[in-house]
Design a protein around this ligand. Structure first.
Ligand code: NDP
Ligand code: 8X3
Length: 253
């Protein structure tokens, strides 16, 4: 992993931040994307102290022009991205499909699908030209089956699966690899966003179960990225031991 250039979207929290730490600890060079510039700078300071080369690429992934110019600004080794981790994503609300907020749905679709696709479109041609690269998409167990109050989020993650599978097909005659990681419950800021800032409600969601943490997902991303060149970890479903499906889990009372 030493010297490999890893670009992570949404690196300022949860799974993205954990991926940054994991790949940093293995000597990768990091390009960190996010909207929270203060958090990005703090991460850069921390990594730089540890001798990890870190470049910050702050932009909102929903802003395609900003994305395009940020990626165009990369030069030298930074323009040769080895691993793209499409992680930025979110869910808003638990509304029924006939009652939800259209603007919130647009944000989910723009972030979870359109931005992931744009990043792929902008980064992958360089990987193809160099004959190496790995795209790691953070999908979800939610993409496997819809659950109550989650139809739009579930649809976005089903799209991540289709886009990952389609990209793998389109790259089949290249050395590039595509991995779709599908976590179940991971305790991050994700549920706080889902419950529109209600931290108590988010905490209650994980009560009685030991959820995954960001580092558990980062371990899987790192495993996939470290596999021998002839091994493609296409898809991984991981969840807490006391979770069985997107809707069935055991929580102690
Ligand atoms: P967090 O809320 O902790 O992290 C989400 C990250 O994405 C934040 O850094 C956030 O930045 C960033 N982000 C969101 N929107 C944008 C945007 N428009 N532009 C740039 N960055 C953005 O949640 P997780 O770490 O849990 O989520 C990461 C991914 O994992 C998501 O794709 C999610 O769907 C997926 N996932 C999460 C699971 C879970 O249970 N937690 C389970 C399965 C999948 P900001 O702080 O600026 O919003
Ligand atoms: C997040 C997992 O099941 O909370 O993608 O939707 S779930």
């Amino acid at each position: 992993m030493k010297g490999k250039v890893v670009l992570i979207t949404g690196a300022t929290s949860g799974i993205g931040e954990a991926c940054a730490r994991k790949f940093a600890s293995a000597g990768a060079s990091l390009i960190l994307n996010g909207r929270n510039r203060e958090k990005l700078s703090a991460l850069k300071d921390e990594f730089t102290k540890d001798g990890v080369e870190t470049l910050l690429l702050p932009f909102d992934v929903m802003d395609r022009d900003a994305m395009r110019s940020a990626l165009a600004s990369l030069s030298g080794k930074w323009s040769e991205i080895d691993i793209l981790i499409n992680n930025a994503g979110l869910v808003y609300g638990t509304d029924k499909e006939f009652e939800g907020n259209l603007d919130e749905w647009d944000i989910m679709i723009d972030t979870n699908i359109r931005a992931l696709l744009s990043m792929t479109r902008l980064v992958v041609p360089g990987m193809v030209a160099r004959g190496k690269g790995h795209i790691i998409n953070i999908g979800s167990i939610a993409g496997d089956a819809a659950y109550p109050g989650g139809s739009v989020y579930c649809a976005t993650k089903a799209a991540v699966k289709a886009l990952s599978d389609g990209l793998r097909i389109d790259l089949v005659d290249t050395p590039l690899r595509v991995t779709n990681i599908k976590p179940g419950m991971v305790e991050t800021n994700f549920s706080v966003v889902r419950y529109r800032g209600d931290k108590a409600k988010a905490d209650a969601f994980y009560k009685g179960i030991v959820p995954l943490c960001g580092a558990d997902v980062a371990d899987v991303a790192f495993y996939a990225a470290s596999a021998p060149a002839h091994v493609q970890i296409a898809e991984v479903l991981l969840m807490p031991t006391n979770q069985a499906t997107g809707t069935i889990s055991y929580k102690r009372q």
